[in-house]
Design a binder for this molecule. Structure first.
Ligand SMILES: [Zn+2]
Length: 110
């Protein structure tokens, strides 16, 4: 049986792809991970922290991950400071003021 990613492997994927800001959310997810579910991938999509997991038969855990994704949209993916969604170099990201040099669109400035 595929055991999926360990907490440390998931932290490493997020640290390499986005930064340090969401690592406490990764820790929370593993704290709340039901025993029979494994996480296959941790990644950023449209500025939010997302996880692939299996089996996908636990609606409460799926809802919980949606909530984590929503929380990640207010946390700078690089440093963990309060943040907003924005587009930088064509990518939707979630960054604080310090880490948003080069933004072309921000959710607080339509
Ligand atoms: Zn930041």
């Amino acid at each position: 049986m595929d055991k999926g990613l360990t907490r440390l492997e998931a932290r490493e994927q997020i640290r390499e792809s986005t930064g340090e800001g969401w690592l406490h959310l990764v820790d929370d997810v593993y704290k709340n991970l039901p025993p029979l579910i494994s996480i296959s991938c941790a990644f950023e999509k449209f500025g939010a922290l997302r996880f692939d997991f299996s089996p996908r038969n636990d609606p409460a855990f799926a809802d919980y991950l949606e909530d984590v994704a929503r929380r990640s949209l207010e946390i700078c993916e690089i440093c963990g400071a309060p943040a907003i969604e924005m587009i930088i170099d064509g990518w939707t990201v979630t960054r604080c003021n310090l880490h948003s040099i080069g933004w072309v669109w921000r959710s607080d400035k339509p």
